[in-house]
Design a protein around this ligand. Sequence first.
Ligand code: ADP
Ligand code: ADP
Length: 229
Amino acid sequence: KGDVYFHHVTFNYPDKKPALTDITINAPAGTVIGLLGPTGAGKSTIIQLLMRAYDVKQGSITVDGINIKQLDVHSLRSIISPVFQETFLFSATIRDNIAYGIAGVTQEQIENAARLAKAHDFIMELPLGYDTVVGERGMGLSGGQKQRIAIARAFIKNPKILILDDATSAVDMETEHEIQAGFKELMAGRTTFIIAHRISSLRFADEIIVLDEGNIVQRGTHEQLVQQP
Ligand code: ADP
Ligand code: ADP
């Protein structure tokens, strides 16, 4: 289903002060949680812990009621799709980039994912379409186009949990609006965590959690938070 629950999580990296202190987040399946706060606030650490890059010793994280420590890391990660600002395309065909790491993906699935990510049209205009190799220099693709290919990859898994890490912080409001309209479709029916730097990026969030130095300093809906003095 994709219920995610952080229960009083405190975490520190080795030999450092706590990166997160007593964090409780309740994200029932299908909700959109926005994570806001300055650099170093702990936003990425929340995502790292959810993906089990590190194990939590104080507090717990459950997915669908099961402590993630009890889950096999691969099955946990198979239900989570992260999209980062850095898109990590490989020197391979667009087809392989979209299907990366998943066996038995059909051409139809690849094209559907590309359509959802609004990538199909420009891919078809490339010399070899889906067989175009994305090289180190990105084959003349723009940042936005590469991002769309990365988003298509996120769709292929049909993830229950979606992570959008800083995907729109660098663009102007108008572009962001356009991108978010696409994300809305992508987010439907999935538990989504959006990391952002400005509150205007989080209009679609059901709950916005504002972090500072590892603490939750504010939480509420977009409406509630913009009404604060
Ligand atoms: P944000 O994503 O909000 O910028 P982070 O979760 O990356 O914040 O960082 C929270 C705190 O943890 C910061 O003090 C940061 O320096 C520290 N930190 C993050 N990653 C590591 C790491 N791999 N090793 C040690 N300290 C880290
Ligand atoms: P460029 O980076 O070449 O200027 P764009 O103007 O298309 O390309 O995109 C600018 C930035 O907007 C990209 O770096 C990317 O992070 C983001 N972006 C564009 N389109 C999307 C999209 N569909 N989804 C997520 N992010 C996008």
